[in-house]
Design a binder for this molecule. Structure first.
Ligand code: FES
Length: 95
C-alpha cells in the first residue's frame, strides 16, 4: 500500500489512503502503527496531528490516542487499529 520510505519519521503521524479509507500511520520511537484517521470527537484528521508522549494528538481539539490500542485518553473511546507489516521495503496494512 505504501513504500517504507513514505512512512512518517520518528514521532510523527501521517495520513495514508487505502482503497476508500484514510488511515493514520504513527511512528512512535520508530515503532509503526496504524489506526482509523477519523477522530471520535468531531471527525478531526488524526494523521495530521502531532505525537506527544507517545500519543497521537488530534489537531482539532487535542484528544489523545494511543496508536497501539486506539484508545483515547479522556473519553475511554477507541478507534480501530490495524496490523502493519513491513516486508522488503513495502508497507502493508491489514484492513
Ligand atoms: S475532532 Fe478530534 S479532538 Fe475534536
Amino acid at each position: 500500500m505504501a513504500s517504507q520510505s513514505e512512512l512518517p519519521g520518528p514521532n510523527e503521524a501521517k495520513e495514508f489512503t487505502c482503497g476508500d479509507k484514510t488511515i493514520c500511520v504513527a511512528n512512535v520511537n520508530d515503532e509503526i502503527s496504524a489506526m482509523d484517521n477519523v477522530c471520535l470527537h468531531q471527525g478531526g484528521p488524526l494523521g495530521q496531528g502531532v505525537i506527544e508522549g507517545g500519543k497521537v494528538i488530534c489537531p482539532w481539539h487535542g484528544w489523545a490516542y494511543d496508536p497501539k490500542t486506539g484508545a483515547e485518553e479522556m473519553s475511554g473511546e477507541k478507534v480501530a487499529v490495524y496490523p502493519v507489516k513491513i516486508e522488503g521495503g513495502d508497507v502493508m496494512i491489514d484492513l
